[in-house]
Design a protein around this ligand. Structure first.
Ligand SMILES: [Zn+2]
Ligand SMILES: [Zn+2]
Length: 189
């Protein structure tokens, strides 16, 4: 059994293989933004510009967009058959196993679940937490296009009570739950 580490994979950024670049027992997978697996047994950094998915046309990712960790592929303990073709199966992991941020192919329900776990760690009152939690669940079930006003109302209230959900990584995930229009109205930019 071989394992990757920075000395055998000089092309990989330091953040790519887990455990400080020494590898954590898994090869790297490439997956499109809709979740279709392309390859699951990369033994070296697959690089950037991986083209688009033959199944749906979306961009193919070779690392976590948030923290740059490899996407979990096959275990180094298993020898894959050579020349395996992509199956375009849905990648089993919905959250990065280092930074925990939902992958682009996570569902709205999974995004909300992740935001709720962040909410638990914010230093806000129990009342604010309860209201925001309720609002997040409502955002998940709204049919966005017909509900820009409703969405922006919920978002405004969430911003007032839990501004921590609007910063950095959390904001990006929250943004994906709502229409572009509602997001611009409340978060600007
Ligand atoms: Zn695809
Ligand atoms: Zn990550």
């Amino acid at each position: 059994m071989t394992t990757p580490h920075s000395t055998t994979d000089p092309t990989a950024p330091a953040s790519f293989w887990g455990r400080d670049g020494r590898g954590d027992g898994f090869r790297a997978a490439t997956v499109c933004r809709q979740g279709h697996q392309q390859a699951t047994a990369y033994e070296a950094y697959p690089g950037k510009n991986l083209g688009s998915c033959s199944e749906c046309g979306d961009l193919v990712l070779g690392e976590c967009p948030e923290c740059g960790l490899r996407i979990k592929g096959r275990s180094w303990a298993i020898t894959p058959r050579p020349g395996q073709r992509p199956t375009y199966d849905e990648h089993p992991n919905k959250f990065c196993d280092r930074c925990s941020v939902p992958y682009p192919w996570a569902s709205d329900e999974q995004r909300v679940r992740w935001l709720l776990s962040l909410l638990n760690d914010l230093d806000i009152s129990d009342e604010d937490r309860a209201v925001v939690s309720e609002h997040l669940k409502q955002l998940q079930t709204l049919a966005a296009k017909d509900n820009v006003r409703r969405e922006s109302k919920l978002l405004t209230e969430i911003k007032k009570r839990a501004p921590g959900l609007f910063v950095a990584g959390a904001g990006k995930i929250l943004e994906r739950l709502v229409s572009d229009e509602a997001w611009r109205m409340v978060a600007g930019g």
